[in-house]
Design a protein around this ligand. Structure first.
Ligand SMILES: *Cc1c(COP(=O)(O)O)cnc(C)c1O
Length: 220
């Protein structure tokens, strides 16, 4: 019941311009089922094997988003069903996704992860790297992926100005890419602790785990 209530409270404050990805990593099938019954269809996981197991056990109209850092050699396990991959941070990984998508006769939607936090631990490509890839001939050749937007994680900080500025930077870059001809529709930024700041700064997709499912028992 708790999950249902949390979702309801959450959705009350969201406009249609923002998509909620319910981050169910480490949580049992029963929790996902409860959210599903409350109408939630988009779920995020950060480990490929865990997502595959859940995909196999749960209703097939769920849209599964991979939000974690990717290991190229595991892309093949999710290529037949993954709906959106958020955390792509290298061209090597994009090539592997393209290859696996092709094998499955699909086009897989991807977000490129941009590094916006100062923390060394956060993954992501620099704005320069993203911009040069977006205008490269290689991008044209990867016909089985579609880059539909960007993803970013702000610093883990209680300094709202710092977090807000990081989101703002990413939104400005996102808009600039679109002005120069890219057709990006999704800006994935914001988690339980900072989604409001992210929305205020132009997020179109938030990835929320603990505020819906409760805190996780271990750090992943
Ligand atoms: C775990 C995770 C989230 C959700 O985190 P919460 O703080 O529980 O909302 C969002 N994005 C990524 C990339 C994650 O790994």
């Amino acid at each position: 019941m708790l999950v249902k209530q949390n979702l309801k409270d959450f959705n009350k404050n969201l406009t249609e311009a923002v998509t909620l990805v319910a981050v169910s990593k480490t949580k049992p099938l029963a929790d996902i089922q409860e959210a599903y019954e409350a109408g939630q269809r988009v779920f995020g996981e950060n480990k490929i094997q865990e997502m595959v197991n859940k995909y196999e056990a749960l209703p097939k109209d769920i849209q599964w988003h991979m939000i974690g850092h990717l290991q190229s050699n595991k892309v093949k396990y999710m290529a037949h069903f993954v709906d959106l991959i958020h955390g792509v941070d290298s061209i090597k990984t994009l090539r592997e996704i393209d290859k696996q998508a092709k094998k499955n006769g699909r086009i897989i939607n991807c977000l490129i992860q941009a590094k916006i936090a100062k923390e060394e631990t956060k993954f992501g490509m620099s704005f320069d790297e993203i911009e040069s890839f977006m205008t490269s001939s290689e991008k044209q050749e990867l016909k089985n992926i579609s880059i539909v937007g960007l993803m970013g994680m702000a610093s883990f900080s209680s300094n709202e100005k710092e977090v807000s500025d990081e989101f703002k930077n990413l939104k400005t870059f996102f808009d600039a890419l679109n002005t120069s001809g890219c057709q990006l529709s999704i800006l994935s930024m914001g988690m339980s602790g900072d989604y409001q700041l992210a929305i205020d700064n132009g997020s179109t997709m938030i990835r929320v785990g603990s505020a819906i499912f409760g805190s996780r028992n271990y750090i992943v």
